[in-house]
Design a protein around this ligand. Sequence first.
Ligand SMILES: Cc1ncc(COP(=O)(O)O)c(C=O)c1O
Length: 355
Amino acid sequence: MTKFWSHFVSKLDPYIPGEQPQKEIRLKLNTNENPFPPSPLVLDEITNFGIDKINLYPDPESNELCEEIAKYHHLSKDQVFVGNGSDEILAFIFYGLFKNKKNLFFPNITYSFYPVYAKLFDIDFKTIPLDDNFEINLSDYHHSNSAVIFPNPNAPTSIPLSLKSIENFVALNESSIIVIDEAYVDFGTESAVTLINNFPNILVTRSMSKSRSLAGLRVGYAVGSSELIDGLKRVKNSFNSYPVDRIAQKASIASFKDDKYFKEKCKQIIEIRENFSTNLKNLGFQVFQSGGNFIFTRPPSKNNAEDLYVALKNSGILVRFFKEPKIISSYLRITIGTSEQMDLLLSELKKLIDQ
Ligand SMILES: Cc1ncc(COP(=O)(O)O)c(C=O)c1O
């Protein structure tokens, strides 16, 4: 606390992202990045980017990218909002759509940025416990005039919800705003984007960081009714007019133009994930069904998750361990890399665990 800070700053509880090591390590499987490069079309676009334009601001509304996203999802451009990573969009959602709502609900085990934004904007919230199988039970969230946010698949548990269960929930809660964070949806989870034209109260957020291999560029988007999208635009333009730079806009457009590459890579990661999960189960790990590019796993009973995390780290392999909250402190979250990377991790785990 210093006398120069606004007084709420010392009360903030900032988000702590997964470690980005400053030195080369053997394997980085801790922040759900994609092990594959983006499409060659994206790399061409970046390589040939006309640096003579760099003195000019980018299009503040990312119009061309919004058009491309709208085309991709069979929506209209006024149903699309683009931001500096989906994290920035989540911040706008909390501020622009959730503030002053009487009831904001999200799961007790979920993306840990949600409570951080709520505290930053001084928004009251209530967390709803996952069920005994670590699953989100949407019937626990029924409430009129509320706001609800959850990732699908959930993070860090990786467990997906079916589209049917989301549709039933949305239909029963038309007076509430429902935000579905689909950061990992492309890895085999059903998307709720198809519900948007029927329900003006839902918003779906997407990330270009995971399935599209663009974490380093920081681009995300939201799709929903033009009414909700307009609200986000008003917040954005009261905060930063140019959140997405020229290179990021161009590269993202190129990513949507190469759907074949995108689908192939997602399919490959799903195959590697299923294969790795089977191998882990054979070693005695409990592995949850995953709808993302990561798995959530509990080591065999004689092994402690934190010890295993530390031992892996000492051998140059980073995975994610959450000391808090306590209920997940006996689990590890592991990003799916290439099959060679997962084989290396598996051989290291075989050396480290007591069976
Ligand atoms: C559930 C979830 N939502 C959103 C994000 C933010 O992604 P980005 O800001 O890179 O688009 C993440 C990142 O890890 C995430 O796990």
